[in-house]
Design a protein around this ligand. Structure first.
Ligand SMILES: [Cu+2]
Length: 546
């Protein structure tokens, strides 16, 4: 099944990724799960225009910071900002058991009427403001204060509780991440410790918010990413802008902002979204850095990155009104928890019971966590590029050993380049055209490297491995090797600003919506709900500090 998925992803890569990568200008972007720390948050709801890759500036509403936040996390990202309006709203990072206070100031145009925040899953006490249908609201120019105890760890949604069909569509949503109060001890022993050792050896920084998602020994992880899925119908946004700009409507609201009816009258059906957003951005903007200055109101990106074997925590929230079939290429995803509930076996509380899923649907209003990892297991060839005996490519690491653990992986040598290699495929060569070692009898012939990723992620060859860049030659090169002066044997590795960062030899996998309509931007492909996930070999330093 995994081999099938790999084959599938390579063929899709051939079709889609090369043109997609042409959008890239330079450098590799970074990710992680950035946010602001509390436990007190001063937020404001304001208007601004969101950038979309078709050149549109879409009138929107969003939560933002009312003054500087208490802090940012993860601390390793030093470029963090919190504007007065952003979509999604600031990710609120707290610790289990904390008393959280969110002070909301309504800075929306006066004709928009009241606004509010719901924190589903928590027992909220509100002070100030004005009673509304679902919660206490802030009148135009006014404030309301919400308090709740962060009782359950995990990923949670927050969003407007006022005229939700319009206000959430306009962008009033965000995430609360509750870190567990008690980190399980095994998150720093065993394989988790080996991974920390590998990180330290390669001088990598830890970008996690915590070593575990829950107070449970089965919830340790090595990397994490948050993806908030929502769609936008620009016609709704245009009508909202027209109404908030209407002087008659504005004057009426100013005369009595608290009277019923002081709100917009924008029909939200029929619904025809043209923008399909992850973290407020569309592809290819998702690949740009967190806090990139070209998106002053869309600070969070979607750019997952990992090494083989790392347990990657995928946090996802359905923030729009449609369900989206989120497909993570490269492996299945084990569901860990939903809405702050770790999914455990009823008969054995030590065992996880979350489904192993090909497709992790995002459901409106629902948050989930899943665990993803990629190892190359079962490919039937050696994606780490190690080869028995003499190596024609002059790679001294070609004879690295692979010592299988109980599960078949090389986990005894955390500092080795081939840490977490699936040893059963160790030394299985590829056929010689264009990249392999043997004339016939290899398990696979890879396509021409020219049709794989180019630009910033060009790895020289489509597979992992310390000698990957050495192998980036045209298929007409009879005797590939760095010493060969034949023009066809000149490395395809770009040497200009399009070059991938040193030592990067990753696989790129699409993580995207499986509704093909949703990987467009205003009907143009590629765009929308589409990210590229990178798996890089162990020695490549993943830097998510922006
Ligand atoms: Cu897919």
């Amino acid at each position: 099944m995994r081999a099938m998925k790999m084959t599938n992803s390579i063929s899709i890569t051939r079709l889609l990724v090369a043109p997609l990568m042409a959008f890239l200008l330079l450098g590799a972007a970074h990710a992680a799960t950035p946010g602001i720390t509390g436990p007190t948050f001063n937020l404001t709801a304001q208007q601004a225009f969101l950038n979309q890759p078709d050149g549109s500036a879409v009138y929107s509403w969003g939560y933002g910071c009312n003054g500087a936040p208490l802090g940012f996390a993860p601390a390793a990202i030093t470029t963090a900002t919190c504007p007065t309006m952003q979509v999604p709203g600031p990710t609120l990072i707290v610790t289990e058991g904390q008393l959280v206070t969110v002070n909301l100031s309504n800075g929306l145009p006066i004709a928009a009427g009241n606004t509010s925040i719901l924190f589903p899953g928590f027992q909220v006490t509100a002070t100030g403001g004005q009673a509304g249908l679902l919660t206490t609201e802030a009148v135009p120019g006014g404030t309301v204060s919400y308090s709740f105890t962060a009782t359950t760890p995990g990923t949670h949604a927050y969003y407007s509780g006022t005229q939700g069909d319009l206000q959430i569509e306009m962008g009033l949503y965000g995430a609360v991440i509750v870190l567990p109060a008690n980190i399980p001890s095994n998150c720093t022993s065993g394989l988790a410790a080996a991974n920390l050792q590998a990180e330290a050896h390669w001088h990598e920084v830890d970008f996690r918010l915590a070593p575990a998602a829950y107070d449970h020994p089965k919830s340790c992880y090595d990397r994490e990413y948050l993806f908030q899925w929502a769609e936008m119908d620009p016609n709704i946004h245009k009508q909202a802008l027209a109404q908030v700009s209407d002087p008659v409507r504005t004057a009426a609201c100013a005369a009595g902002a608290t009277t019923p009816g002081c709100s917009l009258n924008v029909p939200t059906e029929p619904y025809h979204p043209a923008y399909f957003l992850i973290n407020g951005r569309s592809m290819p903007d998702l690949m740009d850095a967190n806090y990139a200055p070209e998106y002053p109101h869309q600070p969070y990106n979607g750019n997952p990155h990992m090494h083989p074997g790392e347990l990657t925590l995928v946090r996802a929230i359905g923030q729009g009104r449609w369900q989206h079939p989120f497909h993570e290429h490269g492996n299945h995803v084990r569901i860990l928890g939903r809405d702050g509930n770790l999914v455990l076996s009823q008969s054995d509380p030590n065992s996880l019971a979350g489904l192993l899923m090909f497709n992790t649907d995002t459901t409106p209003g629902l948050a989930f966590e899943g665990i993803f990892y990629w190892t190359g297991r079962g490919l039937n060839w050696d994606p780490y590029g190690h080869h028995a005996g003499a190596d024609a490519f002059g790679d001294p690491s070609a004879t690295l050993p692979c010592t299988p653990d109980a599960n078949g992986y090389n986990t005894s040598a955390p500092t080795a380049i081939n840490y977490y290699e699936w040893c059963q495929d160790h030394n299985k060569p590829l056929e010689v055209t264009p990249l392999g070692d043997v004339a016939t009898g290899g398990p696979a012939t890879l396509p021409d490297p020219n049709i794989f990723t180019n630009g910033a992620w060009y790895g020289g060859t489509p597979y992992l491995g310390p000698d990957a860049t050495l192998r980036g030659f045209a298929p007409t090169c009879a005797t590939p090797g760095p010493a060969n002066s034949n023009a066809n044997c000149t490395s395809l590795q770009p040497s200009n600003t399009q070059a991938n960062p040193a030592n990067e030899r990753g696989f790129a996998f699409m993580w995207h919506s499986h509704n093909e309509r949703e990987i467009t931007t205003n009907n143009v492909f590629p765009g929308g709900m589409l990210m590229m996930m990178l798996v890089d070999s162990r020695e490549f330093v993943i830097d998510e500090s922006n």
